[in-house]
Design a protein around this ligand. Structure first.
Ligand code: ARG
Length: 500
């Protein structure tokens, strides 16, 4: 029976605090205890004293990897339990170690744990404390290295974050669909080259982003299967001479496939040096970040006086310190900016791994801050963007005014001629002449007379000017993926159902 590990997951809810990105270190972490000369966790008798203070500062990772403490404890509980099963620990020792680790978890959660910089990282801090509390703790590291331990911690930490991000992406898609549904009949110009091109339903534009985030969601789930793998049992690089039950550990930790079978790494050298899972996540986050930045740019444009298609609620905008009239779309701008940071983290990780010899090298310690930052950045950006969308109102009259430009239907006029058996290239040319004519006369396309149209081509019949009825024009767009009224309503409905 696995130990009750739910208490370490309970604290996961803390991460849902809105301001968690700004989370300050627990009070006990603000002031590191003074350097101790020797560390209580002995790395064998080889080192007579600890490193000098500047060396310690340069090499420590406790200032950031303590973030994985829950997962480090869980991994240790799983390892101890397995050592108990195979008889390396007595059952009583395994139980006492588990109890002590759980108590350490409670203390950390309560902010009553003194992290010691001289102990380098989260693994050594926890092991040292365990050994102080429980002498059998000295046996815990049997068949284990920090190299497979850190790989495990990162995988489990990332797994939890991915589960949260998955929900957040779903919520963002829901926010887009809801905004589309609330403005089902609003039409705007669709743009190419940022020039008005053809009319589309506003919802169709939003659904384009729902599709992008759907692919991000798929990529996230796909990457998950490569994150959720147990490297423990790989030791420093060459496994162990002990009969470790790797599958028991994997099952204990839920490192399983969809069928519930434990998933364990198949090569000890690969397992301790592999950071593909982190790179993959950073890529997924980067691409989602790029999608978010494009959405942000549309929001910024739409909220400008020039477009005036949307109004973002006051709580989601900021004022200018100098210009009293300003209401700036800062959340969207920061979201746009954050994508650069996500791409930067991805590049950092790729560069970090490039040319590294097998197997574990301490360079790999540099992976964590980049990964943590990508997780924090993408999650906050997704959440804030969803919240902003839920507090955005569409200025329907402004959209209507922009969409009523008859030039948006010039292509429809060419399609009309195609219906009259004119080759499209010729139709395109004819309509070009019609546009020039309207321009010369200083009037919009739809105000030309039938006579004027027929002056350009005899193929224009009495019904030619009906092309400029916007609603009819949109109703004609019936093929799958097009921005016609029926199709967009169908898509909105199917997304709403799928995301419910
Ligand atoms: N703090 C280290 C890291 O983040 C843990 C592994 C250290 N292993 C070692 N052999 N020094 O990568």
């Amino acid at each position: 029976m696995p130990a009750d590990t739910s208490k370490f997951y309970k604290a996961k809810r803390l991460a849902k605090r809105p301001g968690f990105l700004l989370e300050t270190p627990a009070p006990c972490l603000k002031t590191f205890p003074r350097m101790k000369k020797t560390s209580p966790v002995s790395r064998s008798g080889r080192f007579s004293s600890g490193p000098g203070e500047d060396v310690a500062k340069f090499t420590e990772s406790i200032s950031f990897d303590r973030r994985m403490w829950r997962h480090d404890l869980l991994g240790s509980i799983a390892h101890a339990t397995m050592l108990g099963s195979i008889g390396v620990l007595t059952k009583a020792e395994a139980k006492r170690i588990t109890k002590a680790l759980e108590a350490i978890g409670d203390d950390i959660e309560a902010g009553q744990f003194d992290w010691d910089e001289s102990l380098e990282d989260v693994h050594m801090n926890i092991e040292a404390e365990l050994t102080k509390r429980e002498p059998a703790g000295a046996k815990l590291h049997t068949g284990r290295s920090r190299n497979d331990q850190v790989a495990l911690d990162m995988r489990m930490w990332l797994r939890d974050e991915m589960v949260e991000l998955e929900e957040e992406i779903r919520d963002l898609q829901q926010a887009l669909v809801a905004l589309g549904q609330a403005n089902e009949n609003v039409v705007i110009p669709g743009y190419t080259h940022l020039q008005r091109a053809q009319p589309v339903y506003f919802a169709h534009h939003l659904l384009a982003y729902v599709e992008m985030f759907e692919r991000d969601h798929e990529r996230l789930l796909d990457a998950f299967s490569r994150v959720n793998v147990c490297p423990l049992g790989s030791g420093a690089l060459a496994g162990s001479t002990l009969p470790l039950d790797r599958k028991e550990v994997a099952s204990f930790l839920g490192l399983e496939d969809r069928q519930g079978n434990p998933v364990i790494s198949q090569n000890s050298m690969d397992a301790v040096s592999d950071r593909d899972f982190a790179v993959e996540f950073c890529f997924v986050a980067s691409l989602a970040g790029v999608h978010l930045s494009r959405l942000a740019e549309d929001i910024i444009l739409w909220s400008s006086s020039e477009f005036d298609f949307i109004r973002i609620s006051d709580e989601y905008t900021t004022g200018s310190s100098l210009m009293p009239q300003k209401k700036n779309p800062d959340i969207a701008e920061i979201a746009r900016g954050k994508s650069g940071r996500l791409v930067g983290n991805l590049m950092s990780l790729l560069t970090l791994l490039k040319g590294l010899p097998m197997t574990y090298n301490r360079d790999l310690q540099e992976d964590k801050e980049r990964l943590f930052d990508s997780v924090d950045t993408i999650r906050a950006t997704v959440r804030l963007t969803a919240a902003m969308l839920r507090n955005t109102h569409v200025n329907a009259p402004a959209c209507e005014a922009a969409a009523s430009d008859p030039a948006l239907l010039a292509t429809d006029l060419a399609d009309y001629l195609v219906g009259q058996k004119v080759a499209f290239r010729e139709a395109h040319h004819v309509v070009g002449e019609v546009v020039a004519l309207a321009e010369n006369q200083g009037k919009p396309l739809n105000e030309l007379t039938l006579k004027e149209l027929q002056g350009v081509s005899k193929r224009f019949k009495t019904d030619a000017l009906e092309v400029f009825d916007l609603k009819t024009a949109l109703a004609k767009r019936v093929i799958t993926g097009s921005p016609g009224g029926k199709e967009v309503k169908k898509q909105l409905k199917s997304w709403a159902k799928r995301l419910a």
